[in-house]
Ligand binder design. Structure first.
Ligand code: FAD
Ligand code: NAI
Length: 463
């Protein structure tokens, strides 16, 4: 008799492992299938966590080299020990992935090691064994999108995975794609001494983020030394022992130019990972972009099969996947699990950081929604001045009639943390006035949020 579970989750990323833990907390018998040697998925192994470790380390290096002198801290002979930095990153990842293993043991979630394949509704095959499940959850995540004529070898032409593992600082790193990965990992290697050029197809960086924030981000990163080639496309790449030659031309077509690089980072987006899962055989429908099609309760068209995270529609973010994992586990337990997609923040961990939640001005205009905008710069904040981090601003958008907060867009020091206040405001249906009337400690960066909320009604105090 095959072993039987209430839920089998396929994939142990933030979506899958969180869904498994929550389902176990709710009393279900749960297994989670993972083919990688460690738990935690893209995020913990080759995504969020290692990239943030390198962002932190490289920021310390840049501070030691260029920023501390302004605070009267004089360091001489600052040197990079890249092997140590990479080893530390490995330890950070290892502690995190082992943490998930511990949580599985604690919650009695069975880890089925190997690649999972759905053989029929209610049956999953892993490493030659078949298991039965009342419910199957597809949480297989995403993978880097390839580009024709640009062949990834993870040494000279790398995805984010290879870019996190470089053993030497490249002389010239060319990044294809001015999105989140390109700017975060471009920043890491620029801080460590590489010349970095970002080739972006569109006329702007980070599509989807607020225009004003994107423009100021471009100016700030340019000041830091990143070079941008907007409205450009890469049409081919050739490799030899000396490096990579990229063929670049204007997005609209035109003269081809060659750019030489030591390393090329391909970061033009990620696509859902559905191969080898048996979806076609079982009849699970995909959408036009290859994502598993689900209804508002994460159910696919096949009864008993659900999907969450990067493999379905929506933002490809760890916390979105986690919230979907919790909501689905609660739905499977007969509760009313729910995700408020209007309150999911997005953060880019450059320095200064970028953070956004809710609607952008562009989206509100397109939807014909009348709104008020309040904006406040970090230059007028005492704490930001004390820190020496003056780039950026907070912008809050509120409904013109009801004053309800509809969105916030930020560029500045630690705005990835500050954004949580506005996510909470949106979740609670708060008004800009509510945020403005909330007492914020002085002197903190959070006061910029309060002042931006006051500015919605033209009554900011410190500008
Ligand atoms: P994944 O984390 O991709 O996990 C899916 C898992 O399923 C994988 O471990 C895979 O091995 C496994 N799997 C696939 N098929 C099978 C199968 N057939 N059988 C068994 N196992 C299978 N998001 C953020 O919110 N913040 C960040 O700072 C951030 N930084 C990122 C940095 C980088 C460089 C990258 C690449 C991504 C980053 N992301 C970040 C995105 C984030 O990693 C994803 O949104 C998140 O991991 C999605 O979670 P998931 O559970 O849907 O899928
Ligand atoms: P992205 O979607 O953020 O950016 C891709 C960029 O490449 C876009 O600006 C796009 O216009 C451009 N592009 C597309 N095709 C191109 C081409 N042929 N030539 C030049 N430019 C081209 O994708 P990215 O950076 O690969 O990241 C994938 C996803 O991973 C993100 O969307 C995000 O969901 C997640 N992620 C999240 C992070 C975070 O939350 N801090 C960090 C890193 C990744």
């Amino acid at each position: 008799m095959p072993e039987s579970f209430d839920v089998i989750v396929i994939g142990a990323g933030p979506g899958g492992y969180v869904c498994a833990i929550r389902a176990a907390q709710l009393g279900m018998k749960v297994a989670c299938v993972e083919k990688r040697a460690t738990l935690g998925g893209t995020c913990l192994n080759v995504g969020c966590i290692p990239s943030k470790a390198l962002l932190q380390s490289s920021e310390h290096f840049e501070e030691a080299k260029h920023k501390l002198a302004e605070h009267g801290v004089v360091l001489e002979g600052v040197k990079l020990d890249l092997a140590k930095m990479q080893a530390r990153k490995g330890e950070v990842v290892s502690a995190n992935v082992k943490g998930v293993e511990f949580l599985f043991r604690k919650n009695k979630v069975t880890w089925l090691k190997g690649a999972g394949r759905i053989v029929s509704p209610g049956k999953v095959e892993v490493a030659g064994e078949t298991y039965e499940a009342k419910n199957i959850v597809i949480a297989t995540g995403s993978e880097s999108t390839p580009l024709r004529n640009v062949e990834v070898d993870e040494k000279q032409i790398v995805t984010s995975t290879g870019a996190l593992e470089l053993e030497k600082v490249p002389g010239h790193l060319v990044v294809i794609g001015g999105g989140v990965i390109g700017l975060e990992l471009g920043s890491v290697w620029r801080r460590l001494g590489a010349e970095v050029t970002v080739v972006e197809f569109l006329d702007r960086l980070v599509p989807g983020m607020d225009n004003e924030v994107a423009k100021q981000l471009e100016r700030t990163l340019t000041k830091q030394g990143l070079k941008f080639r907007l409205k450009s496309k890469v049409t081919g790449a050739t490799k030899d022992a000396g490096g990579v030659t990229l063929m670049v031309e204007p997005a609209a077509g035109g003269a081809v130019e060659e750019i030489k690089a030591d390393v090329v980072l391909l970061a033009i987006g990620r696509r859902p990972h559905t191969e080898g899962l048996g979806l076609e055989e079982v009849g699970v429908a995909l959408d036009e972009r290859g994502r598993v099609k689900t209804d508002a309760h994460f159910a696919t068209n096949v009864p008993g099969i659900y999907a969450i995270g990067d493999v379905i529609a929506g933002a490809m973010l760890a916390h979105k996947a986690e919230d979907e994992g919790v909501a689905l586990a609660e739905i499977l337990a007969g509760q009313k699990g729910h995700v408020n997609y209007a309150a999911i923040p997005g953060v880019i961990y450059t320095w200064p950081e970028v953070a956004s939640v809710g609607a952008t001005e562009e989206e509100l205009k397109a939807a014909g929604i009348a709104y008020k905008a309040g904006k406040f710069p970090f230059t007028a904040n005492g704490r930001a001045r004390a820190m020496g981090d003056l780039d950026g601003f907070v912008k809050i958008l509120a409904d013109a009639k009801t004053d309800r907060v509809l969105g916030a867009h930020m560029l500045g020091p630690d705005v990835g943390t500050l954004i949580a206040e506005i996510s909470l405001a949106i979740e609670f249906g708060a008004s800009a006035e509510d945020v403005a009337r909330t007492c914020h400690a002085h002197p903190t960066l959070n006061e910029v949020v309060k002042e931006a909320a006051l500015a919605v009604d033209g009554r900011a105090l410190h500008i």
